[in-house]
Design a protein around this ligand. Structure first.
Ligand code: DGJ
Length: 727
């Protein structure tokens, strides 16, 4: 519910459990007054203090009132150059060469439904949403700023977006345009970020706010393996089930920055948006720029509830129809089994072993096109290699269809190898800075996807491939960070637009593919989880979580990912042991338990497995099909933290009506003289009785407080899967 109070000029956004408020003050500066647990919509600006703070300037309207300063007040969308020295949200370069921004409130609109952002990913939906648009104006710059708020009351989610319009007669240059500014009148908070590297994505890091700015971000052209565009501010003692926390995600797949700063007067500002590094956008008279969408959730009941609110909103309003609710196919991918060394017969051997297990989709990974026999050649030539696949995709699909399997294919559209026909014909299509030789990454270069003709060429090749056979699934990969950013298609003064135009180019191509092939399922992948963000999830309902398929490492990766993103978005596969990355061997059952907590599949040479292994896998596939509704639609509970190095890692998926649950647990290494332990569950109804794996039954209150008795594990990395059904 959005309420505007005329007299106090306050805007109050209520969700089921939270309230957000801003106010146009006496000088028409838009102040942030509150974001937290749901309260009455009174004017909460009494929380803002005014005092003469030395060295804090006063805007002209304040006259000689030294207690009024942009430097000390909580701003709804922070400015720069005119008195607020903290993190700016917007920076404008005017024709004079000056850099500043100064915004005053000029009006608002409240609409039913959700605003849309052209060319950008965004949460979607209908009457469940309300929209508030607040108009701000920089009179000197003749620029207006529209702040968009989407309120999804039931899921406690508030989205944000920003549109900047040049209303003047001369061009203006935007040097920064954040999507979200959250200026909380709270001090002493912690900042939680999600960090890592290729094969080690999204490990949480928690730091107490210190004087100065703390930030994470990416200048790699992707949202990156290193830092995720999702952060949390929280109370210092907040935990999984208690304490105030504010989560913020950015729906963007390129350079981003999330920066937090605590003022000396205990106001904590979070600014999140496109990274200011090498970003400028020239707005000719009448032109506008739209910053990507951000979304926020507040929870007064700790991280667990915050995550569940994000999960429900992402599942219902970011994932596209019909994949929000439809079970994802169980797949077999040939990558870890064959790498580049395969032909149709080899693939069919794997498929023939997969079909009787109930596996539904065969995904042919890298190596099927051009001269792609290694990662030194072929990218850019999207033509089937008939030496490997005689008769092309048609022949392969005929065999797969006869086995009752669907077909999926891997692509990496944004890339080019120098050893390719495309590069020989268009060397200038690769991103490079004039006068410099570009850096290679995995021996490949990035195509200049900011250019329409480059995208058109790549797309027409890929479209022909997808049209040549019944392709139901595409794995869209991307295996390098972007360097040498410069585009031959733009003049010198617009080179600061290339990074963002590249991302818009990806979104445009994804849109095109989905409208040309309705119902096509696209899985995102960026060398594993290098672009695991809300932007990609709008187009690709699941993302390959990490190239690391070691079940024990995956516990951490999937745990970190779950703080924002629901399990249904995490591509997870059972692979062979010893694991290629860690050389660790884990039981097949355990690999199954871990992979079943995402979108389930296999990635190994099934034709080389034993009958005993195949029997286990057949059961896993049956179990997954029977339990997938809990993983996909259930409420997710982190029961332990795998980074704490405890004796086991456990988590649960509980049906929304709390009548059914899937509890998963993976032990660490086994030890002699181990104690008997009980696992305390979460999310169950204390007043119901649950039958566990069709055997013993326990009261919900007992499982919540006394716990479920765990066996003493014999052997390392054993696991348990408990299916609870209310009696
Ligand atoms: C990186 C992906 O994450 C892998 O799964 C695989 O598709 C390779 N790229 C192929 O080059």
């Amino acid at each position: 519910m959005i309420v505007y109070e005329q007299e106090s000029r306050t805007f109050t956004l209520h969700t089921k459990n939270t309230t957000y408020q801003m106010k146009a003050d006496r000088h028409s500066v838009l102040l942030h007054t509150y974001y937290g647990a749901r309260v009455q919509g009174d004017d909460l600006s009494y929380r803002i203090g005014y005092a003469d703070r030395g060295a804090s300037p006063n805007p002209p309207e304040a006259g000689h009132d030294r207690t009024y300063s942009l430097d000390t007040l909580p701003q709804e969308y922070s400015t720069c150059g005119v008195g607020d020295f903290r993190l700016p949200s917007i920076e404008l370069e005017l024709p004079s060469g000056s850099r500043s921004a100064d915004l005053r409130y000029t009006g608002y609109e409240i609409r039913e439904g959700k605003y849309a952002l052209e060319g950008l990913p965004a949460f979607h939906g209908g009457s469940e949403w309300e929209t508030l648009v607040v108009f701000l104006t920089d009179a000197a710059a003749q620029v207006t700023v529209e702040l968009y708020y989407g309120v999804l009351a039931e899921q406690d989610l508030i989205t944000r977006a920003v549109r900047v319009v040049n209303r003047g007669a001369e061009a203006v240059r935007l040097c920064q345009c954040a999507s979200l500014c959250l200026d909380l009148s709270r001090g002493g908070l912690d900042l939680v970020t999600f960090n890592g590297a290729h094969t080690k994505e999204r490990s949480p890091a928690r730091t107490h706010m210190a004087p100065g700015v703390q930030s994470v971000g990416s200048v790699r052209g992707t949202s990156s393996h290193q830092h995720n565009p999702f952060v949390i501010l929280c109370e210092q003692d907040a935990g999984e089930d208690h304490g105030d926390c504010w989560g913020a995600m950015l729906l963007y797949s390129g350079n981003f920055q999330a920066a937090a700063e605590e003022s000396p007067f205990e106001i904590t500002r979070l600014v999140m948006g496109i990274h200011p590094y090498h970003f400028t956008w020239t707005l000719a008279p009448g032109e506008s720029f739209t910053a990507p969408e951000a979304a926020m959730v507040f929870s007064g009941e700790g991280f667990g509830e915050m995550s569940r609110r994000f999960h429900r909103a992402i599942q219902a309003h970011l994932i596209r129809d019909p994949y929000q609710w439809e079970r994802r196919p169980v797949l077999i991918n040939n990558w870890e089994a064959t790498l580049f060394d395969f032909n149709a017969e080899k693939l069919l051997d794997i498929a023939r072993a997969a079909a009787p297990l109930g596996i539904e989709l065969f995904v042919m990974d890298d190596g099927w096109f051009g001269a792609r026999d290694s990662d030194y050649a072929g990218l850019g030539d999207w033509v089937v290699n008939e030496k490997k696949l005689p008769g092309g995709l048609t022949a392969l699909c005929k065999e797969l269809t006869a086995l009752g399997m669907k077909f999926g294919i891997w692509i990496e559209p944004e890339m080019i190898n120098e050893d390719s026909d495309l590069y020989r014909a268009h060397p200038d299509w690769a991103m490079r800075i004039p006068g410099r030789d570009p850096a290679r990454c995995r021996s490949q270069l990035a195509l200049d996807f900011s250019r329409q003709e480059v995208r058109d060429h790549v797309y027409s090749q890929i479209k022909a491939v997808l049209s040549s056979a019944p392709v139901s699934y595409v794995k869209w990969d991307m295996n390098r960070s972007i360097t040498d950013v410069w585009s031959a298609a733009l003049p010198a003064e617009r080179q600061g637009e290339v990074y963002h135009r590249y991302v818009l180019g990806i979104y445009e191509m994804l849109d095109r593919m989905l409208s040309d092939f309705p119902g096509l399922f696209i899985e995102g992948c960026t060398g594993g989880g290098g672009r695991f963000d809300g932007g990609m999830l709008y187009y690709t309902p699941q993302i390959w979580c990490s190239d690391n398929t070691d079940a024990i490492d995956r516990l951490r990766i999937q745990y970190g990912t779950s703080f924002c993103y629901p399990p249904s978005t995490m591509g997870a596969h059972v692979s062979a042991v010893p694991n290629a990355d860690t050389d660790r061997s884990t039981p097949l059952e355990t690999r199954g338990v871990v992979a079943m907590s995402g979108t389930f599949g296999y990635e190994m040479d099934l034709s080389k497995t034993t009958p005993e292994e195949r029997a286990v896998m057949k059961r896993q596939v049956e179990d997954y099909k029977a339990l997938a509704h809990l993983v996909q639609r259930g409420d997710y509970y982190r029961l332990t933290d795998p980074f704490a190095n405890g004796p086991y890692t456990a988590w649960a998926h509980v049906s929304p009506d709390r009548r059914e649950a899937l509890v998963s647990l993976v032990f660490g290494t086994a030890h002699s003289a181990a104690p008997f332990r009980s696992l305390r569950l979460k999310g169950l109804d204390p007043d119901l009785r649950y039958r566990v794996n069709g055997q013993d039954s326990y009261a919900g209150s007992v499982l919540l407080h006394a716990g479920y008795p765990l066996p003493i594990p014999r052997g390392d990395y054993q696991s348990l899967q408990l299916h609870l059904v209310a009696e």
